[in-house]
Ligand binder design. Structure first.
Ligand code: NAD
Length: 424
């Protein structure tokens, strides 16, 4: 198949323009009050700052950082921190907006935020990464807090980075406050089950979707784009919990296909040994675009935004697209896949498991009593199933897409809190 190039894509790929267009469609469907709509279209607060970092060679590099608190009507703002060379303020705004809708659709008492730093962590030493992480926290220390705004990991950030950040915060403040960051390592107050939580929640959503579609997942085929935190656990849990056969996986350098099935443990070992997924025994290489258009039952985008666009949407053959990444599908691609009868589990529903278990982590931190992983997953299942049911009910009643249905549920909840507070 001809591989698409970025120049084939004619639509607006600005993630914030996409987030606003999605809200506009939901607002029209809801006949949302125009003043409320205007308020919900923009972030409530955003912070732009520089982070000077002493490099190992003695020079100082200045990084640009952002924190956007999109909406905190339903509770303290909540959202991850991304380290990425292509980070932009509009990406952070979009991700903060989606966090607002995500916490609302999951019905947890939090708002939406997001943070980012323009940097390529792969080019930084461990010491430089630590100084950058501590510098980020120094820049935001006065605007985050358990009652204000609670960060977490996202692309290219991990529990170790959260550990440096919480240590910096607690050192500055002079007291222990584990709930100020989630996704921490367990010995510092992290929750059991937080690392796999995003993928676990997505797996529960796929199970619910298959039930509604009367589809048997045992032995069904699956392709996963991305093999980071979310993608790797998606590969593991798709097989372990749903009994699916994962036949293709990719990362930013390319993909692999193995029709007899890709074992998570073997692929992880291979990745640790060789530094990547390429060359996995028994597989053949495929590129990322071909992975997306494979003839599989379930496609799981778990990498970054704008992967399914007007240039490749018509070729997607999966029955279910489970968006574990944020913003993998553009609005035009959404329309095309909808017309082709593909069932999409929209991102802020499908990947809500991460923030749900982050919320459980905050709860556990607040009363200093920690749950078993079994209990975490039981509560996560309950929350994810309730969120899926609410969206599916809206989808069936209104005859809209699952994405619009998710927006209708979420926007109504946020708008109600805004109204009760008397802001609009
Ligand atoms: P990560 O940094 O751990 O992994 C990202 C993966 O995507 C890596 O395997 C990378 O190689 C791959 N990738 C990057 N660009 C790619 C490209 N162009 N094509 C194919 N693969 C590419 O990040 P993560 O935490 O797994 O996050 C993945 C997605 O899930 C993001 O959209 C993130 O916002 C979303 N998400 C993450 C969480 C969480 O708890 N970590 C929660 C909700 C949503």
């Amino acid at each position: 198949m001809k591989s698409m190039t970025r120049t084939d894509i004619r639509e607006n790929l600005n993630p914030f323009a996409i987030a606003q267009a999605q809200l506009d469609e939901a607002a029209a469907e809801l006949r949302l009050d125009p003043d409320m709509h205007a308020f919900l279209r923009e972030p409530m607060r955003e912070f732009h700052f520089t982070i000077p970092v002493r490099m190992d060679d003695g020079s100082t590099r200045v990084f640009r950082g952002f924190r956007v608190q999109y909406n905190d009507a339903r509770g303290p703002a909540k959202g991850g921190i991304r380290f990425h060379p292509d980070e932009t303020i509009d990406t952070v705004r979009a991700l903060a907006a989606w966090m607002t809708w995500k916490t609302a659709v999951a019905d947890i008492p939090l708002g939406g935020a997001k943070g980012g730093v323009i940097c390529n962590p792969r080019t930084l030493s461990r010491n430089e990464l630590e100084r950058l992480s501590r510098g980020y926290m120094r820049a935001v220390a006065r605007i985050v807090g358990v009652s204000q705004d609670v960060p977490a990991p996202d692309v290219n950030t991990n529990p170790q980075i959260m550990a440096w950040m919480i240590d910096e915060y607690e050192t500055l403040m002079g007291f222990r406050e584990p709930g100020v960051i989630t996704g921490k390592p367990v010995p510092l107050g992290g929750s059991a089950g937080r690392t796999p939580a995003t993928a676990m929640g997505g797996i529960y959503a796929i199970r619910e979707a298959a039930n509604m579609l009367d589809m048997n997942l045992e032995g069904a085929t699956c392709a996963v784009q991305g093999f980071g935190n979310v993608g790797s656990y998606a590969v593991k849990l798709a097989a372990e919990i749903l009994g699916m056969t994962v036949i293709a996986v990719s990362d930013e350098f390319g993909g692999i296909e193995k029709r007899s099935g890709i074992d998570y443990h073997e692929l992880s070992q291979h990745q640790r040994r060789t530094g990547g997924i390429a060359g996995f025994p028994g597989s053949h290489p495929i590129n990322n675009d071909d992975l997306l258009t494979l003839d599989v039952d379930v496609l799981i985008p778990a990498a970054i935004e704008n992967q399914i666009t007007s240039a490749n949407a018509a070729q997607i053959r999966a029955k279910i697209v489970a968006e574990m990444a944020n913003g993998p599908t553009t609005p035009e691609a959404d329309t095309i896949m909808g017309e082709n009868g593909i069932f999409i589990i929209p991102d802020f529903l499908c990947n809500a498991g991460g923030v749900i278990v982050s919320y459980f982590e905050m709860v556990q931190n607040s009363y200093q009593f920690y749950w078993s992983e079994y209990h975490v997953n039981e509560e996560l299942d309950r929350k994810m199933t309730a969120a899926f049911d609410a969206v599916y009910k809206m989808y069936s009643q209104r005859g809209v897409s699952m994405r619009v249905a998710a927006y209708l549920v979420a926007v109504q909840r946020v708008a109600e809190a805004v109204r009760l507070r008397g802001w609009v």
